[in-house]
Ligand binder design. Structure first.
Ligand SMILES: Nc1ncnc2c1ncn2[C@@H]1O[C@H](COP(=O)(O)OP(=O)(O)OP(=O)(O)O)[C@@H](O)[C@H]1O
Length: 228
């Protein structure tokens, strides 16, 4: 369970010109590691996440998921790789208003044609591991922001991903709830081995295994004294 971003280059249109947003950015996230990614607004964090999630093809560079080269793959194989290996946690939970927490998570198995008794049990178990034991039958409107994010994380885990990418999952939460969500991602990563990349801000990133920032399009590894 790993993701390797190797020498990623992404250019974006900028008026009549193009601008190099990611400039030979490289990052390896191993089994069970949680990397917190931060950087100024517009520095390319969401773009890097989109490349890692195989939603955006870089102009240059390689993405390897569990050692499989996704850059060289055709669109169909990339979609399969994404569906089978990557869980995405969005900033806003993007839950279906009419479905209960349990149904939101079960939907992952349903879409794959795998919704049976075991999948139902697993969905409920995942919701319990994210601390929603008593909220299985609640709909999004009945859940707090933090609880909705927990459903979101359970849903991402339901697909048994090798890699989770999360774009500011704590942005709408206060500092202590944000920290809880980060700790949850760290615990789940340790337990299931999933390699996790999460865009976040202080102070929640202190819970992560490593801290990386984007500077001038490249990735710079930080140590904890930088984050303090
Ligand atoms: N397809 C595109 N076309 C033109 N410009 C783009 C495109 N994609 C991204 N950009 C620009 O690239 C820059 C980086 O965008 P990105 O969303 O990756 O940054 P970010 O670090 O996530 O920012 P924020 O913290 O504000 O969310 C922005 O200036 C954005 O306008």
């Amino acid at each position: 369970m790993s993701i390797e971003l190797d020498d990623i280059v992404v250019t974006v249109p900028d008026g009549d010109q193009t601008r190099t947003l990611l400039d030979h950015a490289s990052l390896v996230i191993g089994r069970g590691e949680v990397v917190a990614l931060s950087g100024p607004s517009g520095s390319g964090k969401s773009t890097l996440l989109a490349v890692a999630a195989l939603l955006l093809r870089a102009d240059r560079g390689t993405v390897r998921i569990d050692g499989v080269d996704a850059h060289a793959a055709n669109d169909r194989d990339r979609t399969l790789l994404r569906q089978q290996h990557i869980g995405v946690v969005y900033q806003n939970a993007n839950l279906f208003p009419s479905l209960t927490a349990r149904q939101q998570v079960e939907l992952v198995a349903h879409v794959r044609g795998e919704l049976d008794h075991h999948a139902r049990e697993r969905a409920a178990d995942l919701l319990r591991t994210v601390g929603l034991d008593s909220r299985l039958d609640a709909r999004p409107a009945e859940l707090s922001g933090g609880e909705r994010q927990r459903v979101n994380i359970a849903r991402a885990l339901m697909g048994r991903p090798s890699v989770i990418v999360a774009d500011e999952p704590t942005a709408s939460l206060d500092a202590s709830r944000g920290e809880q969500i980060m700790k949850l991602l760290v615990d789940r990563a340790r337990e299931s081995g999933v390699a996790t990349l999460v865009v976040t801000h202080l102070p929640e990133q202190v819970a992560a295994t490593r801290h990386v920032t984007i500077e001038h399009g490249g990735l710079v590894e930080r140590d904890w004294s930088d984050a303090a």
